[in-house]
Write a protein that binds this ligand. Structure first.
Ligand code: VGL
Ligand code: ZN
Length: 197
């Protein structure tokens, strides 16, 4: 059994002052940094959207940020433009320790969002992470980062679905909490057998 730490989207746009700031989002940085030494393998995700990404409210004339639209693959929240490829907002928080093994970019196809590190939001397009972990002999993941109720939760649920054991380090996560999304996500995580630590 081998364990890895999966650090989700600790990027400037999700921290105070960023385009899609999560309240207290930068508080995860020291918490995540302190966890790294306990893991032989550390992996990161980086939300990485083209400017014409269809998860951005700006790309749906008349749509308000934080409203929901129907995409071919199902409902999709429309976000303020964030984590645009190559911008400072898409960069990792400057204090995040970046000494890990892999940076997995996601959400780079204009027509499809990707909250999860494993599958895009159509629930079928794989990112390749499951295969990477299996080839590395990793069976157990601890997740931390931003945001608890979106990218962390979707990644943890998919991890279990893909046959990995998953634990979410809640102290090292912060939530967007849109219309009760945090409570809903925590309930789904518990039901799926994700450990909440
Ligand atoms: C995220 C909304 C849009 C996240 C990413 O990292 O949780 N949330 N893109
Ligand atoms: Zn995004």
């Amino acid at each position: 059994m081998s364990q890895a730490l999966l650090v989700i989207d600790v990027q400037n746009d999700f921290c105070p002052g960023g385009a899609l700031a999560v309240a207290d989002g930068d508080a995860v940085v020291p918490a995540v940094n302190a966890m790294m030494d306990r893991f032989e393998t550390v992996l990161y995700t980086q939300d990485w959207h083209p400017a014409d990404h269809l998860s951005f409210a700006d790309n749906h004339p008349g749509a308000a940020p934080f409203s929901t639209t129907d995409m071919p693959y199902g409902p999709q929240v429309l976000w303020p433009a964030h984590c645009v490829q190559g911008t400072g907002g898409a960069a990792f928080h400057p204090d995040l320790r970046l000494n890990g093994d892999l940076i997995l970019r996601k959400g780079f196809r204009a027509g499809i969002d990707s909250y999860s590190a494993f599958h895009e939001n159509d629930r079928t397009t794989p990112t390749g992470l499951a295969g990477y972990l299996r080839e590395r002999g990793i069976t157990e993941l601890t997740l931390a980062g931003l945001a608890t109720d979106f990218c962390v939760a979707w990644s943890a649920l998919d991890a279990v679905q893909c046959g990995f054991r998953a634990s979410v380090a809640l102290d090292a996560c912060r939530a967007i909490d849109l219309d009760g999304s945090l409570d809903a996500a925590l309930a789904r995580l518990r039901d799926a057998g994700v450990t909440l630590a």
